[in-house]
Design a protein around this ligand. Structure first.
Ligand SMILES: [Mn+2]
Length: 430
């Protein structure tokens, strides 16, 4: 791991909040992700499952966390099962968690090697009634592979068919959506690394550079600042490519007069940031580009003001849609008849702005959070309106990450990242 150690009290607190919501005499189990194969002996880089990370800080493959708050033996209230390590294994595999290191990371006193899992699990299962299973109920999840968690669930269900089952996911969705101050600091760090990358680009971009050159410059800055890299696949879309919402080829040359829409951001300690900026290749927006840019920025600023406790996500999107509609009328992209005759299920503005304005962000870029429940303080949301105009050969999106406050406007974690057109032009022309 490149990141600095995280205060284990965060994970101790997270477990306390989780177990407080468990039924009497129940256990909950959380598995690491698999390391996914490519072919031959090649593997994809490991990405820890965010739930076991959230509850333990353990950032290592083949780990299992077991929580049993009512365990008759105190040492079994919290257990980690880890890959065995010793001096010999360390030479071949590098540093893995020892039992001592696992305690320093997680605050969990009881750690066993994986070979003891079946035996200890049997003992625990004879003492509990209910097992919390960690299914994936994220509103955008779409998983075809069988995860390590799925295999574990199949295994214990066939061996212990008489236990009751309960769901971890709704508890985690609610807990993870509200960030602890320690988490907000980590997210601020991710945003600050993203800022460094973006500022580097402002002095780098010139007509003739290739989209992948920008990707390389960002990655250089991210890794030099202890990030693993991009929080999600970077979108670096010059000219017309900006109208392909998930353009990730990043293989075109940036031409004089075009804009570059970039949806690019760093992760830090598994926390995501999520930034979009749209800059002119030649260091100056055309009059038309500037009109549209300022319209998107106004929508973003107005939308941000609505991210306050009590707001319902769906209602918020209706309101943002109204603001966007009036901007599109001002730009001459819609006329009154378009709006009067619009289909309420697909309002006229969607022709130019067809995606959502905000999502939860945290350990996942599209983070946990139950969208039908009112917004609360310390939730973190993106704000990312855009206007895409294929007929004019450009698209603009502007995105910051903001923290909902108890009172007043949200706190912008990206307040230091240049956003005003004049400032961007000035920095590009220094
Ligand atoms: Mn986003």
């Amino acid at each position: 791991m490149k990141y600095h150690p995280i205060d284990k009290n965060l994970f101790i607190k997270n477990r306390k909040n989780f177990t407080a919501q468990m039924k009497p005499n129940s256990i909950a189990v959380f598995n690491s992700n698999d390391i996914y194969p490519i072919s031959a002996d090649s593997m994809m880089p490991f990405e820890q499952h965010r739930d076991i990370f959230y509850l333990s800080g353990v950032d290592q493959e083949e780990s299992v966390l077991l929580l049993f708050p009512d365990a008759p033996q105190e040492k079994h209230r919290e257990i980690l099962f880890l890959r065995e390590t010793n001096e010999h294994i360390a030479i071949w595999e590098g540093t893995k968690l020892t039992k001592e290191k696992a305690f320093e990371t997680s605050g969990i006193k009881t750690a066993y090697w994986l070979k003891d899992l079946e035996k200890i699990f049997f003992e625990v299962m004879t003492q509990c009634e209910t097992v919390y299973v960690n299914t994936n109920e994220h509103y955008r999840s779409n998983v075809e592979t069988e995860t390590r968690e799925d295999r574990f669930t199949k295994w214990w269900k066939s061996k212990y068919p008489a236990h009751n089952v309960a769901k971890s996911n709704p508890i985690l969705q609610r807990l993870r959506s509200i960030k602890d101050p320690v988490e907000l600091d980590l997210m601020q760090t991710a945003c600050n690394i993203t800022e460094k990358g973006f500022r580097r680009l402002l002095s780098f971009v010139k007509p003739g550079v290739w989209e992948y050159n920008l990707e390389a410059e960002l990655l250089y800055e991210f890794i030099n600042n202890r990030s693993k890299g991009f929080a999600y696949t970077p979108i670096i879309a010059s000219g017309h490519n900006a109208n392909v919402l998930h353009y990730i080829e990043n293989n075109q040359q940036c031409k004089e007069g075009d804009l570059i829409l970039m949806d690019v951001a760093a992760e830090y300690a598994n926390y995501s940031s999520d930034l979009s900026r749209t800059i002119p290749v030649s260091g100056k927006y055309s009059k038309r580009q500037r009109e549209v840019y300022d319209a998107v920025l106004r929508v973003k600023n107005e939308a941000t003001k609505m991210l306050v406790p009590g707001t319902i996500w769906a209602d918020y999107h209706v309101e943002v849609g109204k603001i966007m509609t009036s901007e599109l009328l001002g730009l001459g992209l819609l006329d009154k008849a378009d709006v009067q005759n619009e289909n309420p299920d697909w309002p006229a503005y969607k022709k130019y702005f067809m995606h959502g304005t905000s999502h939860h962000i945290g350990l996942d870029t599209h983070d946990y959070g139950i969208l039908i429940e009112p917004m609360q303080a310390n939730m973190v949301f993106t704000v990312e309106p855009g206007i895409y105009i294929p007929d004019e050969g450009f698209g603009i999106r502007i995105e910051d990450d903001v923290v909902i406050q108890k009172e007043g406007e949200p706190f912008n974690l990206m307040a230091n990242i240049p956003i005003q057109a004049e400032e961007i032009e000035e920095l590009m022309n220094q």
